[in-house]
Design a protein around this ligand. Structure first.
Ligand code: FAD
Length: 501
C-alpha cells in the first residue's frame, strides 16, 4: 500500500498509509480463492463474510461488497485500518499457506472509504418497539450495541463522558492512523439509525446505573466504559514533572489539539528527549505522536525482546522507520530528577528471558549489575490500563477481582437488565473484540426484553414469575403502561407492544 515517506510524515498528522487504488483492489481481490470452507470467517471476531464481500468486489459490485460487510461490521473503514488482521482473518487465509495472505484489511478499508465517499449507508426501515435502552460509553462496544438495538426498533441513547463520541478511536488512536473524518462518518451512520448521543455526561456522577432503570425510564442498560485508567510502575521518581501516561499525552494531542498551539490554547510541555515505557499499540502511538509534536529523540524501553512486542507489526515497523530508538530487554528502575523537580533521566536495568510465564512468553529476569542511565526530560507510561472505578463505586454492580465488570456468557451483569462488554469486561483488548462484545450484549438485551428477531441466535431469557416480558415490574415504566393497558385503564400498552414480533 502506498505510504507517506518517513522523513515527511514524521512532521505531520496526515495519514501514513494512503490506501489502495481501484487497480490495487481489483488485483488483490482476484487472489482470493473463495474457499468453500473459509477459515477467514472463523478468524474474524465478528464473523464477517469475507469471501462474499470479496466476491462482490471481483464482480465490480462495490455497493454489494459494502452491504455484505456491514451486515456484520458497522465500522468497515475503521476496522480496515486498525484491526490486527495479521493475527486474525489473514493469519488463517488459505492463500497465506504458500504466498502472502489476501490483504483482507486493506480491501475492507477501501470498501469502507468508498462507501463514505459515495455517501452510502444501510438504514433499514425501523419499526419502534417501545423499549428504551441506555448505552454508557461511545467506544466501539457501545456503538456496535447501539446499532443492533436501534435496528431492532429500540430507542437508544448513548451517554458519553467526553465532549466527542468514539472512545479510544477518537481520544487514543492518532489521526495519522485513523482520521477523524472517518470516525465522524461512521458515527453519522449510527445517528441515521436514530441513536441519540449525549456527550459531556459522566454516568456515576450525574446519575447512577440504578437511576437509569428506576427513574429515567430505561428498560435496559449497556455499559461499555472501556479501560481508560492508566497504570504506573510505582518506581521512585514518578511524581517528577515530565512524567505522564500515554493516554494523557494522546488525549492532549487528539482531543485538545496540543499540536496546534497557539490556534488552540491547550499546549503540551513536551520534552526534547522522550522515553516511552512499553511496546504495545498505545506505546507506538505515544512515540510517533511525540515525534510529530517536535521531540528531538524518542526512546522505547521494553522489558522483553522484540519478538514478544505486543504492538502490531505494521506499527512497530512504522515507528522504526520514523526514528524511534528501541531498548529491548530493558526495564526502568528509577526516574531521575533535577533540583527543580523535573525529569532529567532514567535509570534502567538489562533483562534476560527466563522460564515462560502464564502468558507463554519468557519471563523477564533482571541481569545483576547491568544498571545504566540515559538522559531524558519526559517519561511516558504505556504499560497497560485498568477499569475506571466510577461505575463500580457508584452502583451495586458486581466486579471481578481485577475491578472489571463481572458478566455471564451473554454479558449480563449482576443487575437485572444491565449488560456490559468491551474493555470494561475483558481488560484492554481490540476494537473488533469490543464491537463483537457490543453485538453479543445487544443480543442478550433483546432476549431479556423479549424482542424476537428471525436471525436472533440468542435464547430468550427464561420466564420469571411476576415479570412481564422479562422485566421486573418495579424497574420499568413500560411495564407499568402495559399493566395499566392489561387492566383496561388505557390503550398505551398496545402502542408500546407495537412492532414486536
Ligand atoms: P473505549 O474505546 O475505551 O470507549 C469507552 C468510552 O466510555 C470512552 O469514550 C469513555 O470516555 C466513556 N466512558 C468511560 N466512563 C464513562 C462514564 N462513567 N460515563 C460515560 N462515559 C464513560 N485496538 C485495535 O484493534 N487496533 C489498534 O490499532 C488499537 N490501537 C490502540 C491505541 C491506543 C492508544 C489505545 C489506548 C488502544 C488501542 N486499541 C487498539 C485498543 C482498542 O482501542 C480498545 O480495545 C477499544 O477501543 C475498546 O473499546 P470499548 O468500547 O470497550 O472502550
Amino acid at each position: 500500500m502506498p505510504e507517506q515517506p518517513p522523513a515527511e510524515r514524521v512532521r505531520n498528522f496526515s495519514a501514513v498509509a494512503l490506501g489502495y487504488t481501484l487497480e490495487n483492489v481489483r488485483r488483490e481481490s482476484e487472489r482470493c480463492l473463495m474457499c468453500t470452507d473459509p477459515k477467514c470467517i472463523a478468524g474474524c471476531p465478528v464473523r464477517a463474510n469475507i469471501p462474499a464481500f470479496i466476491r462482490k468486489i471481483c464482480e465490480g459490485n462495490y455497493r454489494g461488497a459494502y452491504d455484505v460487510l456491514t451486515l456484520d461490521n458497522l465500522l468497515p473503514a475503521i476496522c480496515g485500518r486498525v484491526c490486527p488482521q495479521e493475527s486474525q482473518c489473514e493469519a488463517v487465509c488459505t492463500v497465506g499457506e504458500t504466498l502472502e495472505p489476501v490483504a483482507v484489511g486493506r480491501l475492507e478499508r477501501w470498501v469502507g472509504d468508498h462507501a463514505i465517499e459515495q455517501g452510502w449507508h444501510n438504514t433499514p426501515s425501523i419499526e419502534p418497539n417501545g423499549f428504551r435502552v441506555a448505552i454508557v460509553g461511545s467506544g466501539p462496544a457501545g456503538m456496535a450495541c447501539a446499532a443492533d438495538l436501534a435496528r431492532a426498533g429500540c430507542e437508544v441513547v448513548i451517554y458519553e463522558a467526553l465532549q466527542v463520541p468514539g472512545g479510544v478511536l477518537r481520544y487514543g488512536i492518532p489521526e495519522f492512523r485513523l482520521p477523524n473524518s472517518v470516525i465522524d462518518a461512521e458515527i453519522n451512520n449510527l445517528k441515521k439509525l436514530g441513536v441519540r448521543i449525549e456527550c459531556n455526561t459522566l454516568v456515576g456522577r450525574l446519575f447512577t446505573i440504578e437511576q437509569m432503570i428506576k427513574e429515567m425510564g430505561f428498560h435496559a442498560v449497556f455499559i461499555g466504559t472501556g479501560a481508560g485508567s492508566p497504570r504506573f510502575m510505582g518506581i521512585p521518581g514518578e511524581s517528577f514533572s515530565g512524567v505522564m501516561s500515554a493516554n494523557e499525552l494522546l488525549t492532549r494531542c487528539n482531543l485538545m489539539q496540543a499540536g496546534r498551539f497557539p490556534e488552540f490554547d491547550t499546549p503540551l510541555h513536551l520534552g526534547r528527549r522522550v522515553v516511552v515505557i512499553g511496546a504495545g499499540n498505545t506505546a507506538m502511538d505515544a512515540m510517533r505522536v511525540s515525534l510529530r509534536l517536535g521531540a528531538a529523540k524518542v526512546y522505547c524501553v521494553y522489558r522483553r525482546s522484540q519478538a514478544e512486542c505486543p504492538a502490531r507489526l505494521e506499527e512497530l515497523h512504522h515507528a522504526e522507520e520514523e526514528g524511534v530508538e528501541f531498548h529491548w530487554l530493558t526495564a526502568p528502575v528509577e526516574i531521575l530528577g533535577d533540583d527543580q523537580g523535573n525529569v532529567r533521566g532514567l535509570r534502567n536495568i538489562r533483562m534476560e528471558l527466563g522460564q515462560p510465564d502464564e502468558s507463554g512468553r519468557g519471563c523477564p529476569v533482571p541481569v545483576a549489575g547491568s544498571e545504566y542511565e540515559f538522559e531524558a526530560d519526559m517519561v511516558v507510561y504505556a504499560i497497560g490500563t485498568q477499569a475506571n472505578p466510577i461505575i463500580g463505586q457508584t452502583s451495586n454492580i458486581r466486579l471481578n477481582k481485577w475491578g472489571y465488570i463481572a458478566t455471564d456468557e451473554n454479558l449480563a451483569t449482576s443487575l437485572a437488565g444491565v449488560y456490559a462488554g468491551g474493555d470494561i469486561v475483558t481488560g484492554a483488548a481490540t476494537v473488533i473484540k469490543a464491537m463483537g462484545a457490543g453485538r453479543k450484549a445487544a443480543g442478550g438485551i433483546k432476549a431479556f426484553l423479549g424482542i424476537v428477531e428471525s436471525d436472533s441466535v440468542y435464547d430468550p431469557a427464561p420466564a420469571r414469575d411476576n415479570w412481564l416480558f422479562g422485566i421486573a415490574p418495579e424497574q420499568s415504566n413500560l411495564v407499568r403502561v402495559r399493566l395499566d393497558a392489561a387492566q383496561g385503564s388505557g390503550n398505551s400498552g398496545e402502542e408500546a407492544c407495537h412492532g414486536r414480533a
